[in-house]
Design a protein around this ligand. Structure first.
Ligand code: NIG
Ligand code: FE
Length: 381
């Protein structure tokens, strides 16, 4: 096993409550985990050294919400939106048609391309949802292909009811044969709880069926309108309520008093010209907040966690420290992972080296490619 010492770290922002931020630091990668970290002057011997010349090191970003198994794009829908059309859930169905028509290799290639984009943006762990198949065969294919790329696979058969299918029959399938075909490849079950998608009772039934099949719930909640999604997520002890764009004071209290993470997806509000969620109210109430990309061909086709962080700071009034915390430790909480999202001895060596002296620059220099290096499980990515 080779030990690599990263030294000359200008700022090591560990996201660990005890370790905090260290200036002039070093970090030892021992195989796939972190063997040591501390002041550069006290660093142990290593097989090789990498001099970082004052750069900032962070835990790798954890993207806890992405839809990456699909074919085609929705550039025409985007153009219409830029000239005044609102975003609606219905656009999902056009991606479903393209996805069903694609071969495994086409879907695999598109997924690999997007995964490479995520890594280039400093993402070291990502979640990936189904939801553009919406029949048993294509949903099963979607989760199988996603599982080739990540252990964090989510069954989202309840994305919308597909065209020309009876609603009751579709829900029976999602809670029955479709779930049965998908669950072996998944860790999570999700539902789009929204007008034009699934109502509260339908969403509860889908999530309960998923739990009975051994999956952990997460919810697309309160994205396009106020609704029951957040309360349902808390009721079912979901790992995460995602979007949280339209929250009542009771929703904020419920999240703050629960283990359910509020996952905010500002690239969607940016891409749909929608109002941003009230991150300040969530943070000030004590809720755990995560940031994720929600990369998908409809509501936001970006894989950039650095841009999500910049938007969280510039548009949602999170501090740079809060935004970085949400994109690392927050994402890890949203995926209920203890081995990632913070830097400490024994943690997985998932790191981002910024071409900047501080993480402040992620917001200060929006849109600039600041990822110098990414390490995943101790290997350069
Ligand atoms: O998270 N809200 C539901 N699903 C995606 C959008 C899917 C699409 O438009 O294709 C989202 O925004
Ligand atoms: Fe989503």
């Amino acid at each position: 096993m080779t030990a690599t010492l990263l030294t000359g770290i200008g700022l090591l922002a560990t996201q660990d409550d005890e370790l905090g931020e260290l200036a002039d630091a070093a970090l030892l990668i021992d195989g796939s985990t972190i063997g040591w970290l501390g002041p550069a002057g006290q660093a142990p011997a290593a097989d090789r050294r990498v001099e970082l010349a004052g750069r900032c090191v962070l835990p790798g970003f954890v993207d806890s919400h992405a839809h990456l198994v699909f074919a085609g794009d929705r550039a025409a829908e985007f153009t219409a939106r830029m000239t005044g059309q609102p975003y609606t859930a219905g656009g999902i169905r056009s991606t479903v048609a393209a996805t069903r028509a694609a071969s495994d290799d086409q879907l695999r290639a598109n997924l690999a391309r997007l995964a490479a984009e995520l890594r280039a943006g400093g993402v070291t762990t990502f979640e990936c949802k189904s939801g553009y198949g919406l029949d048993v065969a294509t949903e099963a294919r979607s989760v199988r292909l996603a599982a080739e790329q990540t252990p964090e696979v989510t069954f989202l058969g309840a994305h919308v009811v597909p065209s020309e299918v009876d609603r009751t029959a579709y829900l029976e399938s999602v809670c029955g044969p479709m779930l049965e075909a998908c669950a072996p490849h998944c860790r999570w079950v999700d539902v789009f709880c929204e007008q034009g998608a699934f109502d509260e009772a339908e969403s509860r039934a889908v999530l309960r069926a998923g739990v009975a099949a051994g999956l952990i719930p997460r919810v697309h909640a309160n994205q396009l309108s106020a609704g029951a999604g957040v309360q349902l997520a808390v009721e079912l002890d979901a790992a995460s309520a995602d979007h949280c764009t339209h929250l009542s004071p009771a929703d904020i209290d419920a999240l703050a008093g629960s283990a359910t993470v509020a996952t905010l997806l500002p690239l969607v509000e940016f891409s749909t010209r929608s109002p941003y969620p009230d991150a300040r109210a969530l943070l000030d109430a004590g809720a755990t907040v995560a940031l994720a990309t929600d990369c998908n061909p409809g509501s936001g086709y970006s894989t950039s966690m650095p841009l999500a962080i910049a938007l969280a700071v510039l548009q949602m009034r999170m501090t740079p420290a809060e935004a970085v915390r949400a994109a690392t430790a927050g994402g890890a909480r949203a995926l209920r992972r203890d081995d990632i999202g913070r830097l400490a001895v024994g943690q997985r060596a998932d790191l981002v080296v910024l071409d900047a002296p501080s993480y402040l620059h992620l917001a200060y220099r929006p849109g600039v490619p600041l990822i110098h290096q990414t390490w995943i499980a101790g290997q350069p990515a």
